[in-house]
Design a protein around this ligand. Structure first.
Ligand SMILES: Nc1ncnc2c1ncn2[C@@H]1O[C@H](COP(=O)(O)OP(=O)(O)OP(=O)(O)O)[C@@H](O)[C@H]1O
Ligand code: SF4
Ligand SMILES: [Mg+2]
Length: 321
């Protein structure tokens, strides 16, 4: 682990124990996020991106559970903490802009009061002190101070998303997880929110995990990228390396599909669909859809291969055998 590592995840496994078997949503995931890093996490629907975010927040919903691995944030393994201890860290050290977050605001409480409550509870500030900080944060995300007195239904989708981002930053966390923060928004507002996140990254020195199905958004904001497929990271490296030299056939497929997904059309061009995570394919989980699949791919899981400059890929094509 490097000296400036904020988050270090090792061999993380998160399963949902359903009546029809265990869904292995996150299945042996490892990565680091350094100070000021923005790690983009990409992958198709159902690949485990949100579950990974919930795991780091200590908020995996039942019937889900962390079944193995570690999540070390600033030297503390979050998987070992009690719920009380986690509550202190959540929002103050790590926060999350949830997928579909536009609906998380309480409709009957004014925006400013909802935000202030976070500061009153976590920091013990008076209401007046909290309101000052709320107004500063509204300004930070480009909203006028009078938004504090409005109810959520009086805001547009883009304004609500700015409020949710402001809330995630209120306690100055070390790490913000943004899960599809622009997906529900139209293209113009999406561009504005991307610009806001880029500005926050530069001005606030907060580390970020930016989750999306859209690799072209990651190229805009992230310096590192992890590509997930069926609960595993199949390729990871600096954005420059992964975009200029994608190695995994799945990453290559995702990148080839970018012109057609620019308007959120999905990634359906890759033939086939992601596997059932209760019973994933043996060997390489991508083999039923991979144009290069070999015999060994159907039998044995590919090792993770470091091709240099921390660019790693899990694929038999790159293994020395
Ligand atoms: N509460 C749950 N109970 C059972 N299975 C679940 C639950 N939540 C998620 N899953 C399963 O876990 C897997 C990963 O889901 P997750 O929501 O993490 O994917 P995702 O990559 O965020 O997808 P999307 O891009 O659609 O948001 C999927 O197979 C999903 O069906
Ligand atoms: S390990 Fe085999 S099946 Fe999997 S991506 Fe590589 S070549 Fe394709
Ligand atoms: Mg998701």
């Amino acid at each position: 682990m490097a000296a400036n590592t904020v988050l270090s995840v090792r061999d993380l496994r998160i399963y949902y124990f359903t009546s029809r078997g265990a869904v292995r949503a996150v299945d042996g995931v490892s990565f680091d996020v350094g100070e000021g890093d923005v790690l983009g996490v990409a992958g198709e629907s159902g690949s485990g991106k949100s579950t990974l975010g919930f795991g780091i927040m200590g908020l995996v919903p039942p019937p889900g559970r962390i079944v193995g691995g570690s999540i070390v944030l600033d030297g503390i393994d979050l998987t070992k903490l009690s719920e009380d201890e986690l509550r202190k860290i959540r929002w103050s050290k790590v926060s999350m802009v949830f997928q579909g977050a536009l609906n998380v605001l309480n409709p009957v409480v004014r925006v400013g009061d909802q935000m202030a409550e976070v500061l009153v509870i976590h920091k013990g500030l008076s209401k007046d002190e909290a309101m000052k900080i709320v107004e500063e944060h509204l300004k930070l995300v480009g909203l006028p101070p009078d938004v504090a007195r409005r109810y959520p239904h009086e805001l547009s989708g883009g304004m609500k998303q700015r409020v949710v981002i402001a809330m995630a930053l209120l306690l100055r966390p070390r790490l913000v997880i943004a899960d599809e923060p622009t997906t529900a928004l139209d293209v113009v507002i999406q561009a504005q929110i991307m610009n806001l996140l880029k500005r926050i990254r530069e001005e606030e020195k907060v580390s970020m995990i930016f989750i999306t199905h859209d690799l072209s958004l990651i190229a805009e904001i992230a310096n590192k990228v992890a590509v997930m497929y069926a609960g595993k990271i199949v390729e990871m490296g600096s954005s420059d390396d992964v975009y200029s030299q994608p190695l995994h056939p799945y990453t290559q497929g995702l990148l080839n599909s970018i012109p057609s997904i620019r308007r959120r059309k999905g990634l359906s061009w890759i033939p086939g669909s992601p596997p059932d995570l209760r019973n994933p394919p043996q060997g390489c989980r991508f083999h039923p859809r991979c144009p290069y699949a070999m015999d060994i791919c159907r039998r044995e899981e590919p090792p993770q291969i470091d091709v240099g400059n921390s660019h790693v890929v899990s694929c038999w094509l790159y293994a020395k055998r």
